[in-house]
Ligand binder design. Structure first.
Ligand code: SF4
Length: 204
């Protein structure tokens, strides 16, 4: 591998198209590994860095561009725990004129003060940042896409607008019968909807 190649991304899930993870129709990538570990997180299976599929950034860029969607949303796990690889993905997507939205459990001020070139690069390649840890005592029932009221939208460019549409929940059933969900609904609603089904969750 040439010295300057970005590290591969630990990919947990790739969703070709969704309207539940940001403005418009987008492609979504969930990464494996989160060092923040918020109590009540909906994706505890993504905490460990063991698992996921190491995937070259260039492969992910090609997959995203092949979908023809308006842009890419990065979720976790924690995108900034593997910022260098994802910055390369985001750069490739934006170079093709698409937008990038990134969710993080870190605060924006914390990220801005890091002396980590990967973190700086991922911030520079993000149009809309949703920042802050999930707080199960502060559930947000009003704003789209976020889980708790402490989480903040940061428009790092003017290319993406926060919609006033309510949250959506998407349920995907593969030809083999696998059920996967993404988007947002409170736990009670989700449990009632999916009772008895073997479900892979990719919620925020
Ligand atoms: S909510 Fe996000 S930042 Fe918090 S533990 Fe879960 S994946 Fe990590």
């Amino acid at each position: 591998m040439p010295e300057n190649d970005p590290p591969p991304v630990r990919l947990a899930r790739f969703l070709d198209r969704t309207t539940a993870e940001g403005p418009g129709e987008r492609t979504a990538i969930w990464v494996q590994g989160c060092s923040i570990r918020c109590p009540g997180c909906f994706n505890p299976h993504l905490f460990t860095i063991r698992g996921g599929t190491p995937t070259p950034a260039a492969d992910l860029v090609a997959r995203v561009l092949a979908t023809g969607t308006a842009g890419l949303t990065l979720l976790g796990g924690e995108p900034f725990d593997q910022a260098a690889g994802l910055a390369a993905v985001a750069a490739g997507v934006r170079a093709a004129g698409r937008t990038v939205m990134t969710f993080t459990g870190y605060e924006y001020d914390d990220l801005r003060q890091r002396a980590d070139p990967g973190v700086t690069a991922l911030l520079a390649e993000t149009d809309l940042l949703v920042a802050g840890p999930f707080r199960q005592d502060l559930l947000d029932h009003d704003r789209p896409w976020v889980g708790s009221t402490n989480q903040e939208f940061h428009h790092l460019t003017d290319r993406l607008v926060v919609e006033t549409t309510p949250d959506r929940l998407e349920v995907t059933i593969s030809p083999s019968g696998d059920v996967a969900v993404n988007g947002w609904a409170d736990t009670e609603t989700l449990d009632a909807l999916l009772a008895g089904l073997p479900v892979r969750r990719g919620r925020r």
